[in-house]
Ligand binder design. Structure first.
Ligand code: HEC
Ligand code: HEC
Length: 469
């Protein structure tokens, strides 16, 4: 059940900005209540289309010397991805209106789920929910744990119709239901030029939204981009060395390989051993279900944001990265594919720790909170009129010293968060307190308009902030 949604729209804030009011209330909140179940979207869509694969991830490695396809994101459109965002989070899609893609693919977990198996429309999933970060540019040649589909757009129909996922049984009824909302006809029109709703368009929009989810701002990326102040610690670098020696042969994460030169599914059939980490599983034979030669073959998921996606492996058997690494170290009992021998890699505990610290450098924190990938149906547990903290909140910029004060009354000392966001929805700063406010220095930020989102529990309030040159 959706509750009341509240936001200060970007439109309202632009109007406020353009009116250039000298009114001292210019920092005051405007509330726009959406309809009972309408998403809250910015007037100008967020930027999804402007993705380019950073230089440091285009470097060829391994044998083929190929260069990463830099046109891979060229067909993304902001309007289609916006529609995809709404569909992804909309519980209206499920028969009982209680499930969305995001039920099992949660942003703060890099779009994975925290349990080994998730509760679907009528039964639990058979495998662990896969994280959805970076599927647009890496690990994008085969989908699902059993690598049974080679095309993201086409495979989106499966979670929609699968009874242990969204479980749509009557597609026509769903299309009629979407047509009857206030918001879908307009969103489809923006995205595709006509308000007609079809399964193909739904698949296209959701796949565009998913492809836009990239983690290019981890500590590892900053280090590789050569940003001076971003170092990796010695232990992390040693972990990287171990990773390159033992893991990278299968965990390519965007790097070029011989496999990339081949099409799906030939790439897998020609070199299945790269998809075999020798986990024992009597029941789940992975790709063996569609090809008898591929028993025990599974997808190699991206390790970007792996810190956030526990439990691990196709059945979520490992709760921690240490357990996963211990499998490679000394858990391989009866190897069948030859890449990992029976004695395993025999890591010491220190080496395992180094590997873990390296894996953690691939976490992109901003990805987990970026507004453009967040739930547009954001729910408020409390009506904002009853939320003392948010009702009292004020934002005071002081252009003379570059400090901005965010004040509120927090009598019960609840944890209150504040996110400073640029107008394209990127979070540039995150603050947390149990006190009555924050002071933050914005003098180093590029001049322009920002939003401050003040969040108390599930309720939030957006206010504008102008940073002067
Ligand atoms: C009830 C939980 C659940 C729901 C709801 C759900 N998924 Fe999934 N999703 C999973 C599980 C579990 C897997 C792994 C399934 C497998 O590989 O057999 C998965 C896999 C995927 C993958 C493949 C990722 C990869 O790396 O190969 C994509 C893409 C995906 N889901 C998208 C969606 C979309 C889009 C929706 C909504 C239309 C959705 N899911 C709804 C649980 C769910
Ligand atoms: C021979 C290929 C291969 C090698 C070498 C390999 N992996 Fe894997 N890795 C896989 C496959 C395949 C999976 C998925 C297996 C499954 O779930 O059935 C996987 C899964 C994982 C996962 C869980 C991913 C998730 O989303 O649940 C982690 C973590 C991991 N590997 C880390 C490592 C580390 C660290 C190393 C080096 C010590 C390594 N791997 C070496 C093939 C390999």
């Amino acid at each position: 059940m959706r509750k009341i949604y509240l936001a200060f729209t970007f439109f309202a804030c632009i109007v406020l900005f353009l009116s250039n009011s000298s009114d001292t209330r210019s920092g005051t909140n405007l509330f726009l209540l959406g309809g009972e179940s309408d998403p809250i979207l910015p007037e100008v869509p967020y930027d999804y289309a402007g993705i380019s694969i950073p230089e440091h991830l285009r470097q060829p490695s391994y044998t083929d010397g190929g260069v990463k396809d830099t046109t891979i994101f060229d067909d993304l459109s902001n309007d289609a991805a916006t529609l995809g965002r709404v569909l992804f989070y909309d519980e209206l899609l499920s028969a009982n209106e209680n499930l969305s893609c995001a039920t099992c693919h949660q942003q703060h977990l890099s779009f994975a789920d925290e349990t080994p198996f998730s509760a679907g429309a009528s039964e639990d999933t058979k495998r662990n929910s896969l994280h959805l970060n970076d599927l647009g540019w890496t690990n994008n040649t085969a989908f699902f744990w059993d690598l049974s589909h080679g095309n993201l757009k086409e495979m989106i129909a499966l979670p929609l119709e699968n009874p242990n996922e969204i479980g749509v049984t009557d597609l026509n009824a769903l299309l009629v239901k979407l047509e009857a909302t206030n918001y879908y006809p307009g969103l489809f029109e923006n995205a595709y030029g006509t308000s007609d709703i079809s399964l193909i368009k739904i698949q296209d929009a959701i796949s565009q939204f998913i492809r836009s989810m990239v983690t290019f701002d981890s500590r590892l990326d900053r280090f590789r981009r050569g940003e001076g102040e971003h170092y990796l610690m010695i232990t992390e670098l040693e972990g990287l060395g171990l990773f390159q020696a033992k893991c990278e042969v299968c965990h390519l994460d965007g790097n070029q390989s011989v496999l990339k030169a081949l099409e799906y599914p030939e790439a897998i059939e020609a070199n299945p051993e790269f998809f075999a980490n020798e986990l024992e599983d009597e029941e789940d034979i992975g790709a063996g279900a569609w090809s008898p030669d591929l028993i025990g073959i599974f997808k190699v998921p991206t390790l970007r944001n792996i810190e956030k996606t526990a439990p691990y492996m196709h059945d979520g058997r490992f709760e921690t990265l240490r357990e996963a690494i211990s499998h490679y170290s000394d858990g391989v009992e009866d190897p069948k594919w030859g890449m990992i021998s029976k004695s395993g890699f025999q890591f010491t505990e220190t080496e395992k720790s180094k590997l873990i610290s390296f894996l953690l450098t691939m976490t992109d924190e901003s990805f987990l909170t970026e507004v453009r990938w967040s739930d547009p149906f954001t729910q408020t547990v409390s009506n904002v009129e009853l939320d003392e903290v948010l009702l009292s909140a004020e934002v005071f910029p002081n252009p003379s010293n570059g400090l901005t004060y965010i004040n509120f009354e927090n009598i019960n000392q609840r944890q209150v968060m504040a996110y400073l966001m640029s107008m394209d929805g990127k979070i540039v700063r995150k603050l947390s307190t149990h006190k009555n406010g924050f002071v933050t220095d914005v003098s180093q930020l590029p001049a322009g308009m920002y939003m401050v989102r003040i969040q108390n529990g599930d309720s939030f309030l957006d206010k504008k902030l102008v940073v002067s040159p």
